[in-house]
Design a protein around this ligand. Sequence first.
Ligand code: ADP
Ligand code: ADP
Length: 225
Amino acid sequence: DPVLRLSGIEKFYNRGKPNEVQVLRGAELDVKRGEVVALVAPSGAGKSTLLHIAGLLDTADAGEVAIAGEVLGGKSDRRRTIVRRQEVGFVYQFHHLLPEFTALENITLPQLANGVPPKEATARARDLLASVELEGRAAHRPAAMSGGEQQRVAFCRAMANAPKLLLADEPTGNLDPTTSDRVFGALMTLVRETGLSALIATHNLELAGRMDRQVELREGQLVPL
Ligand code: ADP
Ligand code: ADP
């Protein structure tokens, strides 16, 4: 089974109203185990909508989402929440780290919420920080770190619960080109080391070219780029 399968996904906003828009029109995608797929889309094309549906944060009006072979369309909210917390990691353009907690705590907390014992959670958080060369920032709060450092901590947090699937929405979009390039490299290293599958939205065609495969969201469908 692919790690992520989207079949026939349709999504409307304001359905049945005069301002109805159909954002997704039968989107199809398989992300295989260990595969990193670039999602390229102009602003407004529906990339965030697609990522939210793939990550079980939103529901489609038609079609099926399956994660690791489990079809989650018709499942209870409870099951979708469990799968989202255990199997999906999210990274956004802005890091969304908790400002009052340190880098280490930001990576430890999601593990504690999943029932990982504190010692184990802390050890894993330290390993993750080391893998993005931030062992020296463990005790720093987000405000005391650079944009690139904050974003690398956000990657570690997304990986904290060892998800099967990483979904990223312009993960280096708010960084200058040089930092973006380096931070993207750190993300790819982390993804490759863990054998994670990923769907990464980007406007940057150079970064997209460094992924295994590129798909474009065009008129509500996913087409090879
Ligand atoms: P992208 O991430 O590619 O910029 P989005 O998925 O955010 O695109 O949005 C796709 C389209 O759907 C846009 O035209 C947007 O205005 C519209 N849209 C997004 N969310 C809503 C919403 N909650 N209600 C109505 N329209 C929405
Ligand atoms: P919930 O509070 O619905 O149980 P969690 O706190 O378990 O969700 O969140 C799981 C993941 O989904 C986290 O990475 C979180 O950042 C992300 N997330 C939760 N709600 C949203 C949302 N409305 N928009 C974007 N991401 C979200």
